[in-house]
Design a protein around this ligand. Structure first.
Ligand code: NDP
Length: 243
């Protein structure tokens, strides 16, 4: 089994990278369990595929019960969870001196705690099954910080530690881990920026050089499509113009 028939849970599947990945994997015959807050978008997506191949549940990843319910839905419907793709994320960047504390909390709750809730929900099942694959969308920002990205980059640096810790701890349980680390991708992510200076800067970048969400989806599919003993631990991809 490479991609076909695998049961894949995807958070943040209502737009951008998550949506493109859902379409890519569904086209390759995976069975999908999609979560996001905008349920109507998930419903529309599920409706485009064969009955029962794509199921969904309204999910806020900052709520651990919601994340557990999403993973449970996958297991109770399909009997297994092969892949958990923690993709939901937000990026309301600003310089620290702006003191946008609520936005810092939102990034930490979504980008770090949301991922941990996913791991907490899926890991026991994967250990019991004797196989599994945890994928998380990290970022080039998990490797480098710029003025304005301190907290966002902090959340993505944290994912590096969490995912590599998970990899090391699970070597005997046949659980694979992958970080997908894109640079600028043309998605709705930039609409969450409230700081006008950062808005201007990132909008320009996104419009001039952003790669497509589909390019990132291809990287996710590549990681899943490997033999079970091959772990693709990180894929870093960015526009060739991006420094
Ligand atoms: P989008 O804004 O298009 O997608 C973000 C997704 O996350 C949406 O489906 C959104 O769904 C979901 N989401 C946000 N908050 C929550 C929440 N609390 N609960 C559940 N779902 C949530 O942006 P991208 O596709 O670009 O972002 C996907 C990931 O890629 C993020 O982790 C981001 O940090 C990362 N990334 C993006 C880059 C880029 O340049 N675009 C570069 C590097 C990394 P909904 O609003 O319906 O809940």
């Amino acid at each position: 089994m490479a991609i076909k028939d695998k049961v894949v849970v995807i958070t943040g599947a209502s737009s951008g990278i998550g949506l493109a990945t859902a379409k890519k994997l569904a086209s390759e015959g995976a069975r999908l369990v999609l979560g996001a807050r905008r349920e109507e978008r998930l419903e529309e997506l599920a409706g485009a595929y064969q009955q029962g191949q794509v199921i969904y549940k309204k999910t806020d990843v900052t709520n651990k019960d919601d994340v557990a319910a999403l993973v449970n839905l996958g297991e109770s419907t399909f009997g297994q969870i092969d892949v958990l793709y923690n993709n939901a994320g937000v990026m309301p960047i600003s310089q620290l001196e702006e003191l946008k504390v609520d936005e810092w909390e939102k990034m930490i709750d979504t980008n770090i705690k949301g991922v941990l809730y996913g791991i907490a929900a899926a890991l026991p099942t994967m250990i019991k099954q004797g196989h599994g694959h945890v994928i998380t969308t990290d970022s080039v920002a998990g490797h480098i910080v710029h003025p304005g990205t301190a907290v966002y980059a902090g959340t993505k640096y944290a994912i590096q530690a969490i995912m590599d810790g998970l990899r090391q701890e699970q070597v005997n349980n046949k659980i694979r881990t992958t970080m997908i680390s894109p640079g600028v991708v043309d998605t709705e992510l930039f609409s969450s920026i409230s700081d006008p200076v950062q808005q201007l800067k990132t909008k320009k970048q996104e419009q001039t050089m952003g790669i497509r969400a589909e390019d990132v989806a291809n990287a996710v599919a590549y990681a899943i499509d490997q033999p079970e003993n091959v772990g693709i631990n990180e894929i870093l991809l960015r526009p060739i113009e991006q420094q």
